[in-house]
Design a protein. Structure first.
Ligand SMILES: O=P(O)(O)OC[C@H]1O[C@](O)(CO)[C@@H](O)[C@@H]1O
Length: 561
C-alpha cells in the first residue's frame, strides 16, 4: 500500500506556512505575555511531569501538530500495535513489548497463542531463579553462593540491562555485582574475567538470536575460561541463557531448563522488559523488577487512553517533529541530572536511532521528509563543562531533554539542591539567552571602558530561544524508570508513524556484519585476499603484518564466523 507522501499532506504544508510565520518567535516574549504558559504547557502521567513550555510553539503550533498526528493515523497505528497486528512488515512480526509488562489478567493472543500466559510463565521462572541467587540457595560448583553476574550480550541484550542495573544501583543486593560484556574486543571480557572468581560467578548469555558474532565469541571464551578450573558438569551451575533460539542454546551446552525464553515479537531494543532483564531482577530483586514493569504499563495505559493533546509520548514526539522537519534540527541532546542515569542517553541512542534511522517508508518509497535525528548526551552537570558551550552559542539548533529527579537516594547534604539548580538554570538560560543590551549593562557596571565593553559584547551575548523539555520525577524508583523508558519507546513509535517508516526492523546493521565476516576470514588466513578498494586492502595488509609479528594473535586464532 503506497501512502501519500508526508511532505504533500495538507497539514504538513500548513505547518510549513506556520513555521515561516512564527517558527522563531521569541519564547522570552511569550513567557512575558502568557503568565500561565507553564500550566498550559505541562502535564503529569504515570509518575512523570513533562514541562514543554520552553519550546518554540504556541497553541496554533500544537493544534497543527495534533492535526498531523490524526491525519497520519497515530491512534489507529497505536491500537494496531497493542492488538498484536504484524506491523513490522519486513519481518512479518507483531510488536508486543507492551505485553511483557501487562498484568496477568490481560487477554492477548498472537497466532492463536495466549501470549500473556507465556509471558507470565517466564516471569515466574525469573522470579524463582532470582530469589535462589539472591538467597544464596543457588550455589556454584564448590557450594559457595554466587557473588558476580556476568551478562554477555550486545545491543538490546546489553544496553537495557546495564543501564537499568546502574539506574537502580541504590537497591542492589549487597553480595552481588553485575558486570556487562558486549564488545568482541577481548579487552572487554578479559577485564571482567580478571575480576571474578569462576566458582562464584554466573554467566548470563543474553542474545535474542543466539547467533550474534560478538556474543557467541565472548560466550565461548567465557566457557573456555571457566573450564580451565571447572568441569563440563559444573557448567549448569554457572551458565544460563536468555534467547528465542532453543536449539542454539542447547547446542552451546546450556541445558533447556537453564534457558529463559522470549519471542520474535520482542525487538532487541525493546527487550529489557523480557527475560533480557534477568540481571536486573537478580540484582534488585523480582519485586522491584515487577514495579519497573508496572511503571511502564502505567505509561502504556496513558498512551492508549489519553487524548492526543494530553498524551505525553505524543506531545514529546510531535514537538520533536516540529524541530526535525520544520526547524531542521538534526540532533537532540538528552541530559539526565542524575548520575545513576549516566547510561540513559546511550540506551536512547539504540532505541531511537535503530528504530527511526530509516530512509524509506514501510512500503519502500523514499522519504519525503527527514526522519530520526541523532540522539546524544551525558549527565548534568558533566555535560555543562564539556559541550554545553556549543548548545548555548554554537550555530546549530539542538533541542534538549532535561531529566531531573526531585529527591536523591543519598544523604550528602547540599549536593542535590545544587544539582537541581543547575538543571533549572540551564533550561532558563537556553530559553532566555542574554541580549547585547544586558551584556553591555553588566560590563559597564563592572567598570569596563566603552572600547573593552564593545569588544566583549558579541562574545558574551547568548541568542537564547533554544528549546527544551524538562521531565521530572519524585524519585528514581523502578516504577518511574519503567515509565520513563516506556515514554521514550512510545515517542519513537509516534515519530515512526508520522514519518511512515518501519520502526521495528534494522537492516542497516547487516552490510557491515557480512563484510566483517569476510574480512575476518582474510585476517585469519582462512580465505585468500579478496577484491577490495585500495584503502581496505591496505588496512587488511597492515593488520595481517602485525599479526605475523605477534605470535599470540597468529592467523589461526578463532575466526568470527
Ligand atoms: O540479541 P541479539 O540477537 O544478540 O542481537 C543483538 C543486537 O543486534 C542487533 O540486531 C543489531 O545488530 C540489535 O537490534 C540487537 O539488539
Amino acid at each position: 500500500m503506497t501512502k501519500k507522501r508526508l511532505a504533500d499532506s495538507p497539514t504538513f504544508r500548513q505547518l510549513q506556512t506556520h513555521f515561516d510565520a512564527v517558527g522563531d518567535a521569541a519564547m522570552r516574549t511569550q513567557f512575558a505575555s502568557e503568565p500561565d504558559r507553564y500550566s498550559r504547557y505541562s502535564l503529569h502521567a504515570a509518575g512523570l511531569m513533562l514541562d514543554y513550555s520552553k519550546n518554540r510553539l504556541n497553541q496554533t503550533t500544537l493544534d497543527l501538530l495534533m492535526a498531523l498526528a490524526r491525519e497520519q493515523q497515530v491512534e489507529a497505528r497505536r491500537d494496531a500495535m497493542f492488538a498484536g497486528e504484524k506491523i513490522n512488515l519486513t519481518e512479518q512480526r507483531a510488536v508486543l513489548h507492551t505485553a511483557l509488562r501487562a498484568p496477568r489478567s490481560t487477554a492477548l493472543c498472537v497466532d492463536g497463542q495466549d501470549i500473556t500466559a507465556d509471558v507470565h510463565a517466564v516471569l515466574d521462572q525469573m522470579h524463582g531463579f532470582s530469589e535462589q541467587i539472591r538467597s544464596g540457595n543457588w550455589v556454584g560448583r564448590d557450594g559457595q553462593a554466587i557473588t558476580d553476574i556476568v551478562n554477555i550480550g550486545i545491543g538490546g541484550s546489553y544496553l537495557g540491562p546495564k543501564m537499568v542495573c546502574q539506574a537502580l544501583r541504590a537497591q542492589a543486593h549487597a553480595r552481588l555485582s553485575c558486570h556487562f560484556v558486549s564488545n568482541v574486543d577481548g579487552h572487554d571480557l578479559a577485564a571482567v574475567l580478571a575480576k571474578v572468581n569462576p566458582a562464584t560467578t554466573l554467566f548470563i548469555i543474553a542474545s535474542k538470536t543466539f547467533t550474534t558474532t560478538e556474543t557467541m565469541m565472548n560466550a565461548h571464551s567465557a566457557r573456555s575460561w571457566f573450564l580451565q578450573s571447572g568441569t563440563e558438569a559444573d557448567l549448569a551451575r554457572h551458565f544460563v541463557a536468555v534467547s528465542t533460539n532453543l536449539p542454539a542454546v542447547t547446542g552451546f551446552g546450556i541445558d533447556a531448563a537453564n534457558m529463559f525464553p522470549f519471542w520474535d515479537w520482542v525487538g532487541g531494543r525493546y527487550s529489557i522488559w523480557s527475560a533480557i532483564g534477568l540481571s536486573v531482577a537478580v540484582l534488585v530483586g523480582f519485586a522491584a523488577f515487577r514495579e519497573f514493569l508496572d511503571g511502564a504499563h502505567r505509561m502504556d495505559q496513558h498512551f492508549r487512553t489519553a487524548p492526543l493533546e494530553q498524551n505525553m509520548p505524543v506531545l514529546l514526539a510531535m514537538i520533536g517533529i516540529w524541530y526535525r522537519n520544520f526547524h531542521g534540527a538534526s540532533s537532540v541532546s538528552v541530559a539526565p541530572y542524575h548520575q545513576d542515569l549516566a547510561l540513559f542517553a546511550g540506551y536512547l541512542q539504540q532505541l531511537d536511532m535503530e528504530s527511526n534511522g530509516k530512509r524509506v517508508t514501510a512500503s519502500g518509497q523514499p522519504l519525503s521528509a527527514a526522519s530520526g535525528p541523532v540522539i546524544w548526551g551525558d549527565t548534568g552537570t558533566n555535560g555543562q563543562h564539556a559541550y554545553f558551550q556549543l548548545l548555548h552559542q554554537g550555530s546549530d539548533l539542538i533541542p534538549m531533554d532535561f531529566i531531573a529527579v526531585l529527591n536523591a537516594s543519598h544523604t550528602l547534604p547540599g549536593h542535590h539542591a545544587v544539582l537541581l539548580a543547575n538543571c533549572f538554570a540551564q533550561s532558563e538560560a537556553f530559553m532566555r539567552g542574554k541580549t547585547a543590551v544586558e551584556v553591555r549593562a553588566d560590563l559597564q557596571a563592572q567598570g569596563l571602558d566603552a572600547a573593552a565593553t564593545e569588544a566583549l559584547v558579541p562574545h558574551k551575548t547568548f541568542p537564547g530561544n533554544r528549546p527544551s523539555n524538562t521531565l521530572l520525577m519524585d524519585a528514581l524508583t523502578p516504577a518511574n524508570l519503567g515509565a520513563l523508558i516506556a515514554l521514550y519507546e512510545h515517542k519513537v513509535f509516534v515519530q515512526g508513524v508520522i514519518w511512515g517508516v518501519n520502526s521495528f526492523d534494522q537492516w542497516g546493521v547487516e552490510l557491515g556484519k557480512v563484510l566483517a565476516q569476510a574480512i575476518a576470514r582474510e585476517l585469519s588466513g582462512k580465505s585468500a585476499p579478496q577484491q577490495h578498494d585500495s584503502s581496505t586492502t591496505a588496512l587488511i595488509a597492515l593488520a595481517r603484518a602485525a599479526q605475523m609479528a605477534t605470535p599470540s594473535i597468529a592467523p589461526d586464532s578463532p575466526s568470527a564466523d
